[in-house]
Design a binder for this molecule. Structure first.
Ligand SMILES: [Zn+2]
Length: 236
């Protein structure tokens, strides 16, 4: 059966002499894995269109496990993301997170919009806050909404000095002495802005130790969350 869709290439691996298996997060079919035949031959009609971060329109034959790509057309090459090393690492970590969260052949329109939007924004304004915001919103999409205004352990209303995903959010000075990860109050303020609907103004902030810490905190929280989810899924 032939189908058409559009999607973002998450990763590719070599197959045989000239082919690749391409993992694509599509709008209408969720995550798919498809064989791009002859893609590694010089002058292949797929060429650079199926590189990670590329947004493509595609036509595939549906297979039992692997589909077969028959046609592709570039919607947005997102080439700037691959040519700028800083952008590349941020994009790759967003693609990896998407790969972990997206289910095969299960559409996830909210995640799809987030990813396409984040890649476009990163191309326009390359700041770590783009991927930071993506990870915080992904956590929220996964059902984890961190407590940011009261201590997650004792309910005190600040000042907060640490963040602990297992406790569910920020920790006050005395609780933070024994648990969580120390974070600057400015970083917590940044997370509040990202999740509180002030993302656009936050993105205008220049890159600083705070924007970098905001991304790192988001990424470690997401990793903890996904690990715990994978472990609990393994127990089922
Ligand atoms: Zn406390």
């Amino acid at each position: 059966m032939l189908y058409r869709d559009q999607g973002v290439v998450l990763r590719t691996i070599k197959l045989g002499e000239t082919d690749r298996i391409v993992t694509i997060f599509t709008q209408g079919h969720g995550k798919i894995r498809a064989v791009a035949k002859g893609i590694r031959k010089p002058g292949s009609r797929f060429g650079a269109r199926l590189e990670p971060t590329t947004h493509v329109a595609l036509q595939c034959y549906k297979g039992r496990e692997l589909d077969i790509v028959t046609q592709t057309e570039t919607i947005d090459s997102n080439r700037a993301l691959r040519e700028h090393y800083g952008c590349l690492t941020h994009s790759v970590s967003m693609l990896e997170a998407t790969d972990q969260v997206a289910q095969e052949r299960e559409p996830n329109p909210a995640l799809y919009r987030m990813l396409v939007g984040a890649l476009r924004t990163l191309g326009e304004s390359p700041t770590p806050l783009v991927s930071a915001a993506f990870f915080w919103k992904l956590l929220s999409l996964e059902g984890f909404h961190p407590l940011l205004d009261v201590c997650a352990r004792c309910g005190a209303d600040g000042p907060f000095t640490a963040f602990d995903l297992h406790e569910g959010g920020v920790l006050c000075e005395s609780c933070g002495r024994f648990a969580g990860r120390r974070v600057e109050p400015e970083t917590l303020a940044m997370v509040r802005r990202i999740l509180g609907g002030e993302l656009r103004s936050a993105l205008a902030e220049p890159t600083s130790a705070i924007t970098v810490e905001t991304e790192r905190l988001a990424l470690t929280s997401l990793e903890h969350h996904l690990e715990r989810r994978l472990r609990s899924a393994a127990l089922l």
